[in-house]
Each structure stands twice: as structure tokens, then as C-alpha cells.
Ligand binder design. Structure first.
Ligand SMILES: [Zn+2]
Length: 309
């Protein structure tokens, strides 16, 4: 088929041969562009004339989608936060348990140290945590946790102060105990006790002012408490003797030594060697005559030597 276009301006009419393949494609393209253009124009027109009501509906739909997404994110955040809070609550519980154990320890120490209970309040009820109290669940927890943590911190501060006071008291008690005569001054066996007995020389009744501890000559004699040597030399009847003042009313005397190892004014600690046993002075054989004096009066040393430090 052929289409012939006749123009006034042109002398020769234009002839289109529709059998021509290329021409057919060109016409088809032109037609497609026209159709698309019409459709686009129609859409634009539709938008232009669409009511505000419909546009609002569209926006609302979009907003609702956004909100839904944000809500999902929030759920995730909440889950994370709850996990953290749960972990904190567990940690807090552990700390409270530790605090309770610390209380028990402090109480036991108070008893061991035989300290006045009134000075310490280790048995004070530990602050009860708000973790279990929170019934409203969810998001008031952090504040409850915060309160609990603060209470616990205060409690630890208080316990630390109490333990420091207890420690210094116990240390003082230990120093006090180091000053008190305790234990045997020499390895050996007690051959004569304190008190009335027949005099070993005259056979008359006499008052024995110490303990006799039988031991070979040269055996080391130890200070039974911390103190200062106030006498080291010969005394009538005692022979070579050591006297130690313990500064708390106690004085100890170690008599009949064969050799003296300390000098007056020397500080001695518990267990220090002060002399070697012997049989100087009024003595029938090698032994240590051991005396304990308290506030100027001679006392029975037996209780002291039987004690352990
Ligand atoms: Zn004696």
C-alpha cells in the first residue's frame, strides 16, 4: 500500500510506501511516543485535580509506615535496655550478698576479738534492694536500681569504716597480747611449783616465788613477752638473773643462768633469747627459776606458762 501526500508548496507529491520496513518502524515509534505523552499528561492532570483529602490519606499511610518501623526499632532498644537492666540487677544482687557476708565476717571478728558489741553494728540489717520491689516492671527500674546502688555504696563505706576501726582495735589487742607473759621461757619440765614448799636447802617451810623448770645447762632461755631488759647480772640467791619490764604492769625474772645474752636497756621481742640456763646462785641443779610480777606483786606464773599466744 502507498500513501501519497500532495502539497501546495511542493510541486511533486510525497509518496510513502508502507511496504518499506524502515518506514513502518519509524511510524510505530512516533505512535508510541504519542501514547506515552498522553498517559503522562493524563496522570499529571489527575494529580492536579486530585482532592486534598486523597493526598492527606497518602501522607498518613506513609507516616504510619514510618511509625511502624520506628516502633520496631524501639522494641529492639527496649529489649537491649531490659537485658542491660537485668544484668545490672543480677550484679546488684551479688553485691548485696557480698555485703551480707561482710557483715557476718565483721560480726565474727567482733566476737573473736572479744570487742564490745556496742561499738559495732555489723548486725545492722543490710539495706534491702529495690530490685525485687519493683512491681510496675519496665521503665521505673533504672531509678530503683540507682537507689539500690547508692544504698549499697553507702553500706560499703560504713562497713569499711567499721572494719578499719575493728582492725586497729584488733591490732591494739595483739600488741597488748604481746606484752602479756605467755608460754614457757625454756624447754623443760616443771620441777617445782609456786607457793609454799619445803626449802630445798634447809628443809624448813618456805614460800617459792616462781616456777622451777628443769633443763640442761646452756639451753636457750626466751623472753615470754615483749619488753625492756631492766636488770642483767647477779642477785643474791638468784645467781645470774635477767629481769624484763613489759610496760603494762608485768615484769618477768629468769634466774640461775649460766650466761646472760642481753644488757639492761635492751628491747626484747617475744621469743628472743635472753640467756642460757644454768645453776648459778642458790640452786641444786641446772634449771630456770621463772617469776612473774604484776604491779609490784609476785604472782603464780603457772597460768601464764600454760597459755598460748
Ligand atoms: Zn625456784
Amino acid at each position: 500500500m502507498q500513501i501519497i501526500l500532495v502539497s501546495r508548496t511542493k510541486k511533486v507529491p510525497k509518496t510513502f510506501n508502507l511496504a518499506d520496513r524502515r518506514l513502518r518502524w519509524r511510524l510505530l515509534g512516533v505512535a508510541a511516543v504519542a501514547v506515552l505523552g498522553c498517559a503522562g499528561l493524563g496522570g499529571a492532570l489527575a494529580m492536579a485535580v486530585a482532592s486534598p483529602h486523597d493526598r492527606a490519606l497518602t501522607e498518613i499511610r506513609q507516616l504510619r509506615q514510618q511509625v511502624q518501623q520506628q516502633n520496631l526499632q524501639l522494641v529492639g532498644v527496649r529489649k537491649d535496655a531490659q537485658r542491660d537492666i537485668d544484668a545490672l540487677a543480677v550484679k546488684l544482687g551479688q553485691l548485696q550478698a557480698q555485703s551480707t557476708r561482710l557483715n557476718a565476717l565483721g560480726e565474727r571478728l567482733t566476737q573473736v576479738g572479744k570487742l564490745d558489741d556496742g561499738e559495732f553494728n555489723f548486725d545492722e540489717q543490710p539495706a534491702v534492694g529495690g530490685v525485687e520491689d519493683s512491681t510496675d516492671g519496665g521503665y521505673s527500674l533504672p531509678q530503683t536500681l540507682d537507689t539500690s546502688i547508692n544504698q549499697l555504696a553507702n553500706q560499703f563505706d560504713r562497713q569499711q569504716a567499721q572494719l578499719s576501726a575493728l582492725q586497729s582495735l584488733l591490732l591494739d589487742a595483739k600488741i597488748e597480747s604481746n606484752l602479756k607473759p605467755t608460754g614457757m621461757p625454756v624447754d623443760g619440765y616443771i620441777s617445782s611449783y609456786f607457793g609454799g614448799r619445803p626449802d630445798p636447802f634447809s628443809g624448813h617451810s618456805a614460800y617459792h616465788t616462781g616456777l622451777d623448770i628443769s633443763t640442761p645447762k646452756g639451753t636457750a632461755v626466751h623472753a615470754v613477752a615483749e619488753g625492756m631488759v631492766t636488770y642483767a647480772g647477779e642477785r643474791t640467791g638468784y645467781g645470774e638473773v635477767i629481769e624484763i619490764d613489759h610496760g603494762n604492769g608485768y615484769m618477768t625474772r629468769y634466774a640461775h643462768n649460766s650466761k646472760l645474752d642481753v644488757v639492761p636497756g635492751q628491747r626484747v621481742h617475744v621469743g628472743d633469747v635472753v640467756s642460757e640456763a644454768g645453776s648459778t646462785g642458790r640452786s641444786t641443779g641446772s634449771h630456770v627459776h621463772f617469776e612473774v610480777w604484776y604491779k609490784g606483786r609476785v604472782v603464780n606464773p603457772l597460768a601464764f606458762v600454760k597459755n598460748h599466744r
